[in-house]
Design a protein around this ligand. Structure first.
Ligand SMILES: Nc1ncnc2c1ncn2[C@@H]1O[C@H](COP(=O)(O)OP(=O)(O)OP(=O)(O)O)[C@@H](O)[C@H]1O
Length: 602
């Protein structure tokens, strides 16, 4: 596996260039998510400005009223200016309030639009990526991208961001108003900005590290959880409960500690800002009061400036708090953008070669294969499987049987050499054509939630009911389906729809039969069935194999017996190749294996 976009996901400290590249990747993603909402964003910006203006107008009007409306009232009994300022105050409050409300609604609409888009992109991407990626990245991590990362982004977009944008606007407006009202006080505010700036930088640097640590810890926790839950059978069978519990406890503890680190620096940052804010108000008050006594400054202006300075620091605190969700959302965005930047390793051809009525002639020429940059699994393989032949693959575990199956079905591409179907390189065949021509039936025989009918129909979208029933009949699944509570309409995976391992296999045979591929690759379930069950499955299998090329990773004597040819594999190479009879007569590995199987039946 070459270097890919998700490789450095678990690293906490990254190099400068790497950091920059990741940041740019995240920003590009953000840009592409926001670009469809340009108009809505412009409207939101207009609304937020209006609401900030409304909020700044309040303190400013108080100052103006003290200096310009109270005097005429006390000296001449003139109520005009006071009425004017009162009405203006009211208008500003109403307009500001309405604008703030409209802004929140508008921002929520944009945020939900972005989340909707992103959720779908992540889902589409995870389906698009090759099996190689999924085997490496694991489902737990995909799940944490789609759940906790999405949640972090949603929190940011829903709550924090809306507030922070309006806070920032408000700060700019307040600063502008102070400059406009009294330059001296603006100078004090500017001085106070210096320590706030350094404090914020310090916080930024520290928290970035801790937040990344926290996200990594949370992802590990989810991965462990998903792994344990999906492997619950193995966990219980091997009495692994206490070990997994201990591991989970350790991971929870790292998560807790990462969180505490974040909070401990938060606990210094926020009070720091409060102190700076309060000191600024005190200094502005002292200097201002002195200037009022000197006659340089109106008392009203001083009141207005003090109210504004106090307001100025409120949003900084909010921005500080917002920094939490901003940091986790940034980390989430970094990971999600990494996932979205992954490219499938198995690439669909640009100009696919036509493949009409495939016959199923398979050829591997000088194929060499390794998983990513791992050790060589198949050193050199030349193999020809003529159309219609049934080949049983046997061999020790780790011999490379499943690997061969994954290559023939093009879940992976060969590292060297070519694999062709009817003389066409698999890499030249469109994915649709290939999936129609080559079907893989895996051991798990995965059933999706839905009815029995829907599960069989997966083999051929748009199949008629008759075709579905005919497929079930052909492989011998019809009888037990009819015995289910609602026949073909029974929901599988639900109560009453539970099927046995053998029945599951029959359903997946019916699915494959309906798909009617030229090449069938089958990983036979290792779980042994009872004898009648085995006979039914065997019969189904025989019907399924007739008239097509088949490669079966065989675990049963009865399966090998129906094969035209047996390939024995060891260490990635074919060591014996012939009809079952020939190999038995030759007395090699296959003969031994056969003997062992026969003994186990006694
Ligand atoms: N996704 C993977 N990434 C890296 N190495 C792998 C991967 N899958 C299999 N391998 C390695 O490739 C080798 C062949 O494995 P493969 O699964 O093909 O064997 P097998 O003959 O099917 O074994 P079994 O009968 O136990 O299923 C093994 O050494 C295995 O460790």
């Amino acid at each position: 596996m070459s270097h890919s976009a998700t490789d450095n996901e678990d690293q906490i400290e990254l190099g400068r260039d790497e950091n920059k590249a990741i940041r740019q990747r995240s920003l590009r993603l953000l840009g592409s998510l926001l670009s469809p909402h340009k108009k809505a964003l412009a409207i939101a910006a207009g609304l937020v400005m209006l609401s900030s203006l409304g909020q700044v107008a309040g303190p400013w009007l108080v100052g103006w009223t003290i200096d310009n409306a109270l005097m005429p009232l006390m000296e001449d009994g003139d109520t005009g200016p006071l009425t004017f300022s009162g009405l203006t105050y009211l208008a500003a409050a109403v307009i500001g309030g309405l604008a703030a409300g409209a802004y929140i609604r508008q921002a929520a609409r944009i945020a939900q639009g972005v989340m909707y888009d992103l959720r779908r992109r992540v889902f589409r991407q995870t389906q698009r990526l090759s099996l190689e990626f999924h085997e490496k990245y694991t489902s737990g991590r995909v799940i944490s991208r789609q759940t906790s990362d999405m949640e972090a982004l949603r929190e940011l977009l829903d709550g924090g961001l809306t507030g922070v944008i309006s806070s920032m606007f408000l700060m700019v407006f307040i600063a502008g108003t102070i400059v406009f009202t009294d330059l001296g006080s603006a100078g004090i505010l500017a001085l106070a900005f210096i320590p706030s700036f350094f404090l914020t930088r310090w916080f930024q640097k520290k928290s970035q590290l801790f937040y990344r640590e926290q996200r990594t810890a949370s992802a590990r926790l989810i991965v462990k959880f998903v792994e344990t839950m999906t492997g619950m059978r193995a966990v219980q069978a091997f009495r692994r409960e206490s070990t997994t519990e201990r591991d989970f406890g350790n991971l929870s503890n790292s998560y807790r500690e990462a969180f505490l680190k974040v909070f401990s620096i938060n606990g210094r940052f926020q009070p720091g800002l409060v102190v700076i804010g309060n000191l600024t108000v005190v200094v502005a008050l002292a200097v201002g009061a002195w200037r009022v006594i000197e006659g340089d400054l109106g008392a009203g202006t001083l009141v207005a400036v003090l109210l504004l300075v106090k307001r100025f620091f409120q949003p900084i605190q909010q921005i500080g708090m917002f920094y939490n969700s901003f940091q986790s959302a940034t980390a989430a965005l970094e990971k999600v953008s990494g996932l979205l930047a992954e490219e499938p390793t198995v690439v669909e051809p640009k100009n696919p070669a036509p493949l009409e009525n495939p016959r199923g002639d398979l050829r591997l020429s000088s194929v060499k294969f390794r998983y990513g940059s791992g050790p060589v699994v198949l050193p050199h393989m030349d193999l020809h499987i003529p159309a219609g032949q049934t080949v049983a693959l046997v061999g020790t575990t780790g011999a490379g049987k499943s690997t061969l199956a994954k290559l023939v079905t093009r879940f992976y591409d060969a590292s060297e050499g070519t694999i062709s179907l009817d003389g066409v390189d698999l890499r030249e065949i469109s994915t649709d054509d290939l999936r129609n021509a080559v079907v893989m039936v895996t051991q798990e025989a995965y059933l999706f939630s839905g009815s029995v009918r829907e599960n069989i129909a997966l083999g051929k979208p748009g199949a008629t009911d008759e075709e579905i029933v005919a497929a079930a009949q052909a492989v011998g699944a019809h009888e037990f389906i009819l015995k289910m509570p609602e026949g073909y309409d029974t929901e599988v995976n639900k109560r009453g729809g539970r099927v046995s391992a053998g029945q599951k296999q029959l359903l997946s045979f019916a699915r494959a039969f309906l798909a009617d591929p030229a090449v069938l690759v089958l990983d036979e379930a290792t779980a042994s069935l009872d004898l009648p069950g085995e006979r039914i499955v065997q019969h189904g299998l025989q019907t399924l194999l007739a008239d097509r090329t088949a490669i079966i990773i065989a675990h049963r004597l009865s399966t090998v017996a129906i094969a035209d040819r047996v390939l024995v594999m060891a260490h990635g190479e074919v060591t014996e190749d012939g009809t079952p009879e020939e190999l038995l007569a030759a007395g090699g590995t296959f003969a031994d294996l056969n003997q062992a199987w026969e003994d186990s039946l006694v």
